[in-house]
Design a protein around this ligand. Structure first.
Ligand SMILES: Nc1ncnc2c1ncn2[C@@H]1O[C@H](COP(=O)(O)OP(=O)(O)OP(=O)(O)O)[C@@H](O)[C@H]1O
Ligand SMILES: [Mg+2]
Length: 269
């Protein structure tokens, strides 16, 4: 079964600089799929890392399964992280290990399962993500999409209750993106695990999640049920979900912040 997470008043900056985002508060409901959207650079990856305690927030709390991970000691945090599966944006595979060993790594590191059982689990997952027969390949020898799928298999190997996926579909072609979306929906239905997925794929956002949140200009500007967010009249949300040129979002976040007048493509200067 999945566990929920709750973030309350979360603020994160680096080295005393301006916060990447501040006062972020929302609940990631247990057993559901939530998608987090936001233009590039709005701190989605930083958010995922903060959520599982890889980065410490300046202020605010993160509760996973009702336990405050921001005030946990290293040992408890380590135990909590084992209940979470993470697919990092870059896949984060070990370059010197073949795919089989990469996917088996968490099981060898954190469990006492015999190799025979590890083999069964790894082979099943490789089959699930369409990598059967690629066990001997090194990360550098496969395509970006295959690396994503290997990263997903590794994220799933410990039977996690909360699964965070940072752009699982970037670098995938539209058909594979649709397959991946379907795979996530099936995993969610089968295991009941909670998913939080960062994606730029509008089709995925429109079809996969139960809930949608959006980060923009250092804040969580929207969070709600998929239907509510898809019907939102909020200009930023609307522009993003329609991939429209007209609207508050321009090419650079910094410019959007100082020049909040809607950019009109092709308009006279
Ligand atoms: N370890 C770090 N130290 C300092 N600044 C960081 C660090 N990690 C991220 N940042 C900064 O935080 C901001 C948000 O980065 P982040 O990678 O979370 O964006 P993102 O929304 O995931 O973007 P994208 O969609 O392009 O992946 C950026 O300005 C980045 O430079
Ligand atoms: Mg990112």
């Amino acid at each position: 079964m999945g566990v929920g997470a709750e973030v309350v008043g979360l603020t994160k900056s680096f080295n005393g600089g301006r916060p990447v985002w501040s006062d972020v508060t929302f609940t990631i409901p247990a057993g559901d799929i939530t998608v987090l959207l936001g233009p590039s650079g709005t701190g989605k990856s930083v958010f995922l890392k903060t959520l599982i305690g890889l980065l410490r927030p300046d202020t605010g709390k993160v509760y996973i399964d009702n336990q405050d991970i921001t005030s946990m000691g290293d040992r408890d945090l380590y135990a909590m992280r084992q209940r979470c599966g993470v697919l990092f944006q870059d896949g984060a595979l070990f370059g010197s290990m073949n795919l089989y060993d990469n996917i088996a790594f968490p099981l060898r590191e954190h469990t006492r399962k015999p190799e025979r059982e590890i083999r069964r689990i790894v082979m099943e997952l490789m089959d699930l993500v369409g990598l059967s027969g690629d066990d001997d390949k090194l990360p550098a020898e496969i395509s970006g999409g295959m690396r994503k799928r290997a990263g997903l298999a590794r994220a799933l190997v410990m039977n996690p209750e909360l699964i965070l996926c940072d752009e699982p579909d970037s670098g995938l072609d539209p058909v594979r993106t649709a397959h991946l979306s379907k795979l996530i929906a099936e995993l969610n239905a089968e295991t009941g695990a909670t998913f939080l997925i960062v994606t730029h794929d509008i089709n995925t956002a429109r079809t996969l999640p139960d809930h949608i949140g959006m980060l923009y200009l250092r804040e969580l500007i929207a969070f709600g049920s998929r239907d509510d967010i898809l019907a939102s009249e909020e200009p930023v949300v609307k522009q993003f979900l329609n991939a429209a040129l007209d609207g508050p979002i321009g090419m650079s976040e910094e410019r959007d912040a100082v020049d909040p007048i809607p950019h009109e493509f092709g308009a006279a200067q």
